[in-house]
Design a protein around this ligand. Sequence first.
Ligand code: M6R
Length: 363
Amino acid sequence: DKAGHKHFMAKEIAEQPAVIGTAIGKYLSPQGDIELSDQDIDFNDFDRIIMVACGTASYACLTAKYWFEQIARLPVEVDVASEFRYREPPIPPRTLAVFVSQSGETADTLAALRYCEGKAARILSVVNVPESSIARESDIALLIHAGVEVGVASTKAFTCQLVVLYMMVLKAARARGTLDAEALADHIFGLRGLPATISHALEKNDTMHAAALKLSHARDVLFLGRGQMYPLALEGALKLKEISYIHAEAYASGELKHGPIALIDENVPVVVMAPRDALFDKTVSNMQEVMARKGKVILISDAKGQAEANDGVWFSIEMPPVPDALAPILYAIPAQLLAYHTAVAKGTDVDQPRNLAKSVTVE
Ligand code: M6R
């Protein structure tokens, strides 16, 4: 049932304020304490985390790496499951192994989990489907409570994965003493406001539609982001290519001059994901290098960022303000809507793109 929407993907994008609210509520007590699981997880038991997943779920892991390292000072390695499992990496003692999967049935992710059995100190999964193999075979399974996701392009599962991972990070940071009670309360306050902020972003649907009409004529599109926005650039590029079949690639902004800038000319739209945070000026200077080569920039930023830097850009998409750490969750909305409207404009099969399956149970 598409609940009045044209596609499951549109319905699932629109559901995000509600399901994110549910996911937060499942792990937050009324007193503001984070309770992840009945089985206690003491983050002082671990010296490092490895995170393994595929596709969009791997970008949720990559985002969480920035959070874990910055907020909880805990080193994290992220791997795609198909590489991890055959590399047979050594797993040092006191390693927490985390597997993220919407379906809980992705063959490579499951094989990676099985490889870690008996090697990692603890196996934790972040899954949507409670009775899935990955959930059953983990020591601890944290459900993301996104509800059934039908569209092949993952949307609400991604943002709910991020919410649950962020709450894990806050729990870890508190346990490890890198976040005091007051700072934790600030993070929780921001998190509680997130569903409403996501709703505001969804109200920008017409702007994203207008930008997508321009994008739909492109042959190649680049996505740029820095720091915690780099994984979002990867997610934006994946979403666009999988449903609109436009070639899209993502780069960490700072990598631009190490090669990809050679691609830029007046035919290449460049989507820049840049909230006005500590790295904003750096990203803007990369964006100006793009514009100096006639690249067409779509700048996604907040009002402050737009006011400072949108001179000469091709298109501006203004996001509501949000606490810095939560920007990756909010900026998933324009990534999804740009891809969605571009695909609709091109007339491709949004919910069931060619050559793809919702759950990849073969390797
Ligand atoms: O079910 P999983 O989360 O394990 O699936 C992983 C990927 O196959 C999945 O995220 C894929 O990349 C999506 N089609 C992206 O939208």
